[in-house]
Design a protein. Structure first.
Length: 162
Protein backbone atom coordinates (compact mmCIF):
# COMPACT_ATOMS: atom_id res chain seq x y z
CA UNK A 1 0.00 0.00 0.00
CA UNK A 2 2.73 2.49 0.94
CA UNK A 3 4.53 1.65 -2.26
CA UNK A 4 1.46 2.64 -4.29
CA UNK A 5 1.11 5.92 -2.36
CA UNK A 6 4.78 6.66 -2.97
CA UNK A 7 4.43 5.89 -6.68
CA UNK A 8 1.38 8.16 -6.99
CA UNK A 9 3.14 11.00 -5.18
CA UNK A 10 6.21 10.56 -7.36
CA UNK A 11 4.07 10.60 -10.51
CA UNK A 12 2.38 13.83 -9.42
CA UNK A 13 5.80 15.31 -8.61
CA UNK A 14 7.13 14.43 -12.07
CA UNK A 15 4.02 15.86 -13.73
CA UNK A 16 4.57 19.07 -11.81
CA UNK A 17 8.22 19.31 -12.81
CA UNK A 18 7.38 18.75 -16.47
CA UNK A 19 4.54 21.28 -16.55
CA UNK A 20 4.71 23.82 -19.31
CA UNK A 21 4.79 27.51 -18.56
CA UNK A 22 6.74 29.97 -16.49
CA UNK A 23 7.84 28.72 -13.07
CA UNK A 24 5.97 31.53 -11.35
CA UNK A 25 2.68 30.54 -13.02
CA UNK A 26 3.13 26.84 -12.24
CA UNK A 27 4.11 27.57 -8.64
CA UNK A 28 1.20 29.99 -8.20
CA UNK A 29 -1.24 27.41 -9.56
CA UNK A 30 0.18 24.64 -7.36
CA UNK A 31 -0.10 26.79 -4.25
CA UNK A 32 -3.69 27.70 -5.18
CA UNK A 33 -4.50 23.97 -5.33
CA UNK A 34 -2.95 23.44 -1.90
CA UNK A 35 -4.91 26.35 -0.41
CA UNK A 36 -8.21 25.17 -1.91
CA UNK A 37 -7.59 21.66 -0.55
CA UNK A 38 -7.03 23.06 2.94
CA UNK A 39 -10.37 24.87 2.95
CA UNK A 40 -12.31 22.11 1.14
CA UNK A 41 -12.95 19.92 4.18
CA UNK A 42 -14.46 22.62 6.42
CA UNK A 43 -16.68 23.78 3.54
CA UNK A 44 -17.84 20.22 2.81
CA UNK A 45 -16.31 20.12 -0.66
CA UNK A 46 -17.86 23.32 -2.00
CA UNK A 47 -14.44 25.00 -2.22
CA UNK A 48 -13.45 22.58 -4.98
CA UNK A 49 -15.83 24.49 -7.24
CA UNK A 50 -13.66 27.57 -6.71
CA UNK A 51 -10.60 25.90 -8.21
CA UNK A 52 -11.39 26.53 -11.87
CA UNK A 53 -12.69 30.13 -11.58
CA UNK A 54 -9.83 31.19 -9.31
CA UNK A 55 -7.38 29.57 -11.68
CA UNK A 56 -8.86 31.55 -14.57
CA UNK A 57 -8.79 34.73 -12.50
CA UNK A 58 -5.12 34.25 -11.60
CA UNK A 59 -4.28 33.09 -15.14
CA UNK A 60 -2.78 29.90 -13.81
CA UNK A 61 -2.03 26.42 -15.03
CA UNK A 62 -5.05 24.23 -14.27
CA UNK A 63 -3.01 21.02 -14.35
CA UNK A 64 -0.60 22.35 -11.73
CA UNK A 65 -3.49 23.45 -9.51
CA UNK A 66 -5.06 19.99 -9.76
CA UNK A 67 -1.72 18.43 -8.84
CA UNK A 68 -1.54 20.73 -5.81
CA UNK A 69 -5.11 19.82 -4.90
CA UNK A 70 -4.32 16.10 -5.11
CA UNK A 71 -1.04 16.38 -3.19
CA UNK A 72 -2.85 18.44 -0.55
CA UNK A 73 -5.04 15.42 0.15
CA UNK A 74 -1.96 13.58 1.37
CA UNK A 75 -0.83 16.52 3.53
CA UNK A 76 -4.15 17.51 5.06
CA UNK A 77 -4.59 14.60 7.54
CA UNK A 78 -1.40 15.71 9.25
CA UNK A 79 -2.97 19.11 9.93
CA UNK A 80 -6.38 18.24 11.42
CA UNK A 81 -5.47 18.87 15.05
CA UNK A 82 -3.20 21.78 14.16
CA UNK A 83 -5.99 23.46 12.16
CA UNK A 84 -8.43 23.18 15.05
CA UNK A 85 -5.94 24.44 17.63
CA UNK A 86 -4.88 27.39 15.43
CA UNK A 87 -8.54 28.25 14.84
CA UNK A 88 -9.28 28.12 18.56
CA UNK A 89 -6.30 30.36 19.23
CA UNK A 90 -7.42 32.89 16.66
CA UNK A 91 -11.01 32.85 17.92
CA UNK A 92 -9.81 33.08 21.51
CA UNK A 93 -11.22 29.89 22.96
CA UNK A 94 -9.18 27.84 25.39
CA UNK A 95 -9.30 24.13 26.09
CA UNK A 96 -11.03 24.72 29.45
CA UNK A 97 -13.92 26.48 27.71
CA UNK A 98 -14.22 23.59 25.27
CA UNK A 99 -14.27 21.04 28.10
CA UNK A 100 -17.00 23.01 29.89
CA UNK A 101 -19.17 22.99 26.75
CA UNK A 102 -18.56 19.28 26.20
CA UNK A 103 -19.99 18.39 29.63
CA UNK A 104 -23.41 19.91 28.74
CA UNK A 105 -25.12 17.39 26.48
CA UNK A 106 -28.33 18.33 24.81
CA UNK A 107 -29.19 18.93 21.20
CA UNK A 108 -28.84 22.72 21.35
CA UNK A 109 -25.46 22.48 23.11
CA UNK A 110 -24.30 19.90 20.57
CA UNK A 111 -25.30 22.17 17.65
CA UNK A 112 -23.50 25.13 19.27
CA UNK A 113 -20.40 23.01 19.82
CA UNK A 114 -20.36 21.79 16.20
CA UNK A 115 -20.92 25.32 14.90
CA UNK A 116 -18.13 26.80 17.03
CA UNK A 117 -15.69 24.02 16.24
CA UNK A 118 -16.57 24.28 12.55
CA UNK A 119 -15.81 27.99 12.52
CA UNK A 120 -12.59 27.42 14.44
CA UNK A 121 -11.62 24.59 12.09
CA UNK A 122 -12.35 26.72 9.00
CA UNK A 123 -10.32 29.66 10.32
CA UNK A 124 -7.44 27.37 11.30
CA UNK A 125 -7.57 25.58 7.94
CA UNK A 126 -7.56 28.85 6.02
CA UNK A 127 -4.65 30.20 8.07
CA UNK A 128 -2.57 27.03 7.77
CA UNK A 129 -3.53 26.71 4.11
CA UNK A 130 -2.25 30.22 3.46
CA UNK A 131 1.04 29.46 5.22
CA UNK A 132 1.45 26.14 3.40
CA UNK A 133 0.61 27.68 0.04
CA UNK A 134 3.27 30.37 0.49
CA UNK A 135 5.77 27.70 1.51
CA UNK A 136 4.79 25.47 -1.43
CA UNK A 137 4.99 28.40 -3.85
CA UNK A 138 8.56 29.07 -2.75
CA UNK A 139 9.59 25.41 -2.92
CA UNK A 140 7.98 24.76 -6.31
CA UNK A 141 9.27 28.00 -7.82
CA UNK A 142 12.89 27.37 -6.87
CA UNK A 143 12.58 23.64 -7.55
CA UNK A 144 11.38 24.33 -11.09
CA UNK A 145 14.19 26.81 -11.66
CA UNK A 146 16.74 24.26 -10.46
CA UNK A 147 15.20 21.41 -12.50
CA UNK A 148 15.06 23.46 -15.69
CA UNK A 149 18.60 24.77 -15.21
CA UNK A 150 19.92 21.22 -14.80
CA UNK A 151 17.91 20.06 -17.80
CA UNK A 152 19.34 22.89 -19.92
CA UNK A 153 22.87 22.02 -18.77
CA UNK A 154 22.35 18.37 -19.77
CA UNK A 155 21.08 19.39 -23.18
CA UNK A 156 24.00 21.71 -23.81
CA UNK A 157 26.41 19.01 -22.68
CA UNK A 158 24.81 16.52 -25.10
CA UNK A 159 25.05 19.04 -27.94
CA UNK A 160 28.73 19.61 -27.23
CA UNK A 161 29.38 15.84 -27.33
CA UNK A 162 27.63 15.46 -30.69
Amino acid sequence: MWKNVYRKLKLQYLKLLRSKGAPSIVARSFSLGIFIEFITLPTLGIAFLLLYPLNLLLRGNFTASLIGFIMGKFMLPLFFVINLSVGNRLIGRTLEQQARHASDFNLLALWTLVKEKGIAFFIGSATNGLVMSVLCYTLVFYGLHLYRKKKQARRSLQLKKS
